[in-house]
Structure formats: structure tokens, C-alpha cells
Write a new protein. Structure first.
Length: 207
């Protein structure tokens, strides 16, 4: 049986460039000979994509606990249907958001409690933990400007106020401080090339 693959997750508030880095990192890994796969959360498989549409719909009223449960359900399906089979096959996965997003957004931003949300997701993922998490940080105004510059309609979470995102950004830093070996903080203020270079540097021991 071959070596198990690696799970690399990318985290941060909206507008920090997670999706851009995830795509670039997947390409960089492939160019180095790794069998790399890019997935996003919530989504990645059909059931999870349908949940994504629900949870992001600005016309729906979604309670805080229901929101946490929906994200956990989408994540559980993604792990079972896509992530675990890929890791077992020796593939490297780059995942745009994972459990840390729920810890920050629902546990801290929604005030549900980090440990309660962590327990929910431990059940949903079967205890799967990323090999490395890259946390992109950016000054809040710049992140909001970047998110708004996409030209897309803001989804239900993106319509929250500055205090919500400030709490999440602070929460992410707290998570990183608690797990410095797994979560590596990267300044997202530079060029996409500079951010990719920094990301690869944080993965050097795994590569």
C-alpha cells in the first residue's frame, strides 16, 4: 500500500486571497510531481454544493446553530466522498476552508463556542486533521475591498458587519497561537506570487 496523501487547508476571512492561493498552490504541487487535487468548502461534491447554495443564500433565514450544522453536514459528505478516498490513494489535497472556518465563523463569530463547534466537526469528519493549515491575514479594510471588488453579489455571510469579521480575524489568530505547528500565518498583503512563495516555504518540511 502506498503512502497516504497530505491535506493542506487554507483559511482566512473573505477577501484574503484563499481561492487564488489554493489554485496556485495546487499547480505548484503538480509541477513538483505531486498528484494534487483542489477542493473547496462548503462544496466539492454534489450534496455539499447544494448545502453551499442554501447556507449562502441571502434570501433565507438561517439560525446560528442550523448554520453550524449545515456546514458540518457538507463537510462530513466531502470527507467521506472525496477527501478520505483521495488521501488513501496518496493524493495531495488543497482545500479552500475546512474545520477552522467553522471554529472561527460559527464558534467565535456567532458565539456558539469553539469547543461545541469543534466537537460537532470531530463527529462530522471522523477526527480528520489537516497536515498543514495556511492562515492568510490581511488588514480588515483591504480584505473587505478585495471581496467587494469581485463584482459578485454578496452572499449571506459576506453581508455581516465589520465587527463580525474583526472577531473572526482575531479568532483565527487565537487558533493559530494554540496550534503553531499545524497553522502557519502568512501575510496576504503581497503579490499572489509572493504569497505562493511564502506558502511553499511553510510546507518545506512536508515537501
Amino acid at each position: 500500500m502506498g503512502a497516504r496523501g497530505r491535506l493542506i487547508t487554507i483559511e482566512g476571512v473573505d477577501g484574503t486571497g484563499k481561492t487564488t492561493l489554493a489554485s496556485a498552490l495546487t499547480g505548484a504541487l503538480a509541477s513538483r510531481g505531486f498528484d494534487a487535487l483542489l477542493l473547496r468548502e462548503p462544496g466539492g461534491v454534489e450534496l455539499s454544493e447544494r448545502v453551499r447554495a442554501l447556507v449562502k443564500d441571502p434570501t433565507l433565514t438561517v439560525g446560528d446553530r442550523a448554520e453550524a450544522l449545515l456546514y458540518a453536514a457538507a463537510r462530513a459528505q466531502l470527507v467521506e466522498q472525496a477527501i478520505e478516498p483521495a488521501l488513501a490513494a496518496g493524493r495531495w489535497l488543497v482545500l479552500d476552508r475546512f474545520v477552522d472556518s467553522s471554529l472561527a465563523y460559527q464558534g467565535i463569530g456567532r458565539g456558539l463556542g469553539v469547543e461545541a463547534v469543534r466537537d460537532l466537526n470531530l463527529f462530522g469528519t471522523g477526527g480528520l486533521t489537516p497536515d498543514r493549515t495556511l492562515l492568510l491575514t490581511l488588514e480588515q479594510r483591504s480584505a473587505r475591498e478585495r471581496a467587494g471588488a469581485r463584482g459578485e453579489e454578496l452572499d449571506r455571510l459576506e453581508r455581516e458587519g465589520d465587527s463580525f469579521f474583526a472577531a473572526i480575524a482575531e479568532g483565527y489568530l487565537g487558533l493559530a497561537a494554540a496550534e503553531p505547528e499545524r497553522i502557519r500565518v502568512i501575510d496576504a498583503g503581497g503579490s499572489p506570487e509572493a504569497v505562493l512563495e511564502a506558502a511553499l516555504a511553510t510546507l518545506a518540511d512536508l515537501l
